[in-house]
Every structure is written in C-alpha cells, then in structure tokens.
Design a protein around this ligand. Sequence first.
Ligand SMILES: Nc1ncnc2c1ncn2[C@@H]1O[C@H](COP(=O)(O)OP(=O)(O)OP(=O)(O)O)[C@@H](O)[C@H]1O
Ligand SMILES: [Mg+2]
Length: 215
Amino acid sequence: MHVISFITQKGGSGKTTLAINCAIEAERRGKRVLLLDMDPQGSAESWYLDREQETPALARIAARELEPAISAARERGFDHVLIDTPGRDDAATAAAVRASDFIIIPCRPTPGDMKATPPTVATVRRLNKQACFVLTQTPPRGGRIREAETGLSMLGMVSPVRIVLRTAYQDAQGAGLGVAEYEPQGKAAQEVAQLWTWITRKMEKLHHEPQAHIA
Ligand SMILES: Nc1ncnc2c1ncn2[C@@H]1O[C@H](COP(=O)(O)OP(=O)(O)OP(=O)(O)O)[C@@H](O)[C@H]1O
Ligand SMILES: [Mg+2]
C-alpha cells in the first residue's frame, strides 16, 4: 500500500484538486483508494458529499487519528491512501509527512507559492522523505513555467507533467466528480493521467533507490 500526501502551506495552490483527481485516476486503473481529509475546511469531504459514486472511500480525520486510519486501510486491502492536508503548518502536516511514502507539493508558478515551499521542503528533509513539486494552475506554456521549474529544481524534484489552469477542474469538483469522469476526453483528464503515471513510476523507482531523496 502506498501513502501519498499533498502538502504545501500556500492556500489555494491545488492540494485538494490534485488529491481528488489522482484518487479518481488510480481508481480508474483498478486500485482501491482511501482519501483522508485532514483539512478542517473539509473541502475534499464536501466534494465527496456531492458525489453519487461510493468510491473512492473518504474519511475526515484529525492528526491523532492518522496512524489508526492507515493501519485500518492496510487491513482492508486498500492500494493507496491519499492525504489532503490543510494550507498551514500544523500537527496534521507533520503527521502526514511522517506517514507518507511520497509527498506531492503543488505549486503555482507565482512568487507567493514559490516562497511558501521552503517550510514543506524542510519538513520533508527532516523526516527523510521522498517528494516532488507539481506545477499547478499554469498557463498552457511560456517563460513563467520555465522560470518556476528552474527555481523549484534547486529545491528538489519537479514533475515534468504540469497541471494547467482549466475550468474543467472547477466544474468537475463542483459536480462531485474527477476531471476523468467529467470530461473523459478532455485535456485535464489527459494531464492527470500523465501525472499519475509519472508519480507511480517515480515511487516504484525510488522504492528501489531509497537514498534518492528530495535534494
Ligand atoms: N488546474 C486548475 N485549474 C483551474 N482551477 C483550479 C485548478 N486547480 C485548482 N483550481 C481551483 O482553485 C481553487 C483552489 O484549489 P484547491 O482547493 O485544490 O487548493 P488547496 O491547495 O486545496 O487550497 P486550501 O489550502 O484552501 O485547502 C479551487 O477553487 C479549485 O477548483
Ligand atoms: Mg484544500
């Protein structure tokens, strides 16, 4: 079972959106997924309540409930536990990093988001975990993306797949869906699929090279 957290202290950078869409993508590939919502805002839970489908499973938990929730998920045969965390550094963030095999740090290509990443990177390093940045809400192309990639690559691994700013993410979320369900042939669905492929391959590779931590 893989435990993957979506973490950054910058509000609105795309943690919940990525967690939800990666969960749907993993399910489409036949995996059993548990989403854990550790954010008191409960955005993932509110998406789940709008949803007609029963899966992925979702539980809203506090930091002290994380370990038991992961043990229960293991016993019940889940393939992945994806953890959505709050946009600030608190007990939930540290607990999620500690429990994770891999950490996704969403980051918009903006100075504000870039400046917010060091505390997350510091926690990841302190706990000796593997992580990568995913650029989110990007323009379709352009120098801004390249500049952000260059800046982030000095701190650690950057996903080559980016998540572009697209209304499909907002509309799908409002309908209790992932983009792959909302617009299966759309560009958002395509990039989420590519991102999930890259993440799963990277996790498998890092599993065999345990020293390859975030730089
Ligand atoms: N790629 C995208 N394209 C368009 N809108 C997006 C994209 N990603 C996220 N959004 C929208 O931006 C807003 C913030 O995204 P999200 O809730 O995923 O961020 P977050 O990091 O979880 O925020 P918080 O820190 O408040 O929990 C939401 O309204 C979401 O629908
Ligand atoms: Mg959120």
